[in-house]
Design a binder for this molecule. Structure first.
Ligand code: SF4
Length: 86
């Protein structure tokens, strides 16, 4: 999926916040997540458990992965629960 987009538009802080996404900040990039639409299939956790770790607070730490690798994994999220801003 093109998870740098939301509803066919480039994702922005504003439209992601409005759609209920929570921001997980990193030095190189932020990762956005919406728990309400997550299907819990685990592509993210399997992709890089250092970035996505269920039970940790915060459960997403963008700086534990490389930006391009994080983006590649986010694009595998089938529900669109994960987003990033290009
Ligand atoms: S890949 Fe997306 S749908 Fe699957 S568990 Fe992660 S956030 Fe949820």
């Amino acid at each position: 999926m093109e998870n740098f987009k939301i509803n066919g538009q480039e994702a922005t802080v504003e439209n992601l916040t409005e759609a209920g996404y929570r921001r997980y900040r990193g030095e190189e990039m932020d990762i956005y997540y919406n728990a309400n639409i997550c299907e819990h299939v685990g592509e993210c956790v399997r992709g890089n458990p250092a970035v996505w770790e269920v039970g940790r607070k915060p459960w997403i730490l963008p700086d534990n992965g490389e930006k391009l690798d994080n983006q590649r994994i986010i694009n595998r999220c089938p529900s669109g629960a994960l987003k990033y801003i290009k």
